[in-house]
Design a protein around this ligand. Structure first.
Ligand code: NDP
Length: 251
């Protein structure tokens, strides 16, 4: 089978996997963070779990990227910079911004993240430096301009939202109601920002690879946003009534 066909099959496989994922996550809360519970096998410190599962999108992604015929071209390099800015932060900076408390994550959950990230790294890196066509003129296309703008806005929202939570966590004293920015409208601006980033990526790369990642991100994060929102309402009787879970005024 030619690689272009194999690559498309893998991307469609990711989209297919999103269906059981969203159904399962509407009923089962992934057991880490506020939804932690015993019975999911051995655990490891949350900080190391994040580094473990988020390393493939940095290292494997770069290895696949440099093997591509267009790895030295301008647009693939810009797209690589966008991807790596997000993932270098997520794999090697975010874990060290977390409080060094004794939070743990099941190895099974981290390994599922690791496995998905390996497949996703291949699909997206191969798209950008080998299988996609991104001449310099792509930088002026509406897809790139709109996608890059959404990606940048999503990244800023995600970083701000994570920072608010990490500051609350660093204060100690358990979970608190977050305030500021989009927290006045939704419970999970970190997931909203992350979703916007990968929607931007899908548009900027205008590819099945990019859309498959956005669809899977939504399948993974949107049910958790609903679960987190319900959790806040149950835990805090004075939780602000106007807040939605993920989309201001809507959801
Ligand atoms: P959470 O919001 O569950 O937690 C982030 C950090 O903030 C944790 O240290 C958590 O502590 C702390 N925290 C959360 N809420 C509060 C609160 N109300 N008061 C005090 N501390 C709080 O986010 P996730 O761990 O699920 O995700 C982290 C990042 O990773 C996000 O930016 C998310 O978008 C991204 N991500 C992306 C995925 C994807 O599919 N692309 C998948 C999963 C995450 P504690 O650990 O004690 O709960």
């Amino acid at each position: 089978m030619p690689e272009v066909e194999l690559h498309a099959w893998v991307a469609w496989g990711v989209i297919a996997l999103a269906v059981p994922t969203v159904v399962a996550l509407l009923f089962i809360r992934a057991p880490y963070g506020r939804h932690s519970k015993p019975g999911w096998g051995p655990t490891l410190p949350a900080r190391w779990a994040w580094m473990y599962m988020e390393t493939p999108p940095v290292v494997l992604w770069l290895a696949v990227f440099v093997l591509g015929a267009n790895a030295g071209a301008a647009v693939p390099l810009v797209l690589a910079a966008m991807w790596q800015i997000h993932y270098i932060h997520r794999a090697y900076i975010f874990p060290f911004r977390m409080s060094a408390d004794n939070k743990r994550m099941p190895l099974s959950v981290a390994s599922m993240g690791f496995g998905f990230n390996c497949v996703n790294a291949y699909v997206n890196a191969r798209q950008v430096s080998e299988l996609g066509s991104y001449p310099v003129a792509w930088l002026g296309s509406w897809q790139f301009l709109l996608g890059a703008a959404l990606f940048a806005i999503g990244l800023a929202i995600n970083l701000h939202a994570d920072t608010v939570l990490l500051r609350l966590r660093a204060q100690g004293g358990g979970y608190k109601i977050p305030h500021g920015g989009l927290y006045e409208r939704i419970s999970c601006p970190n997931y909203f920002g992350e979703s916007l980033e990968w929607l931007g990526w899908a548009i900027a790369t205008w590819s099945l690879a990019g859309w498959s990642f956005f669809i899977f991100t939504a399948a993974n994060l949107w049910p958790r946003a609903l679960a987190n929102h319900r959790w806040y309402i149950e835990k805090f009787p004075d939780y602000p009534k106007q807040r939605r879970a993920l989309l201001p005024w809507l959801l």
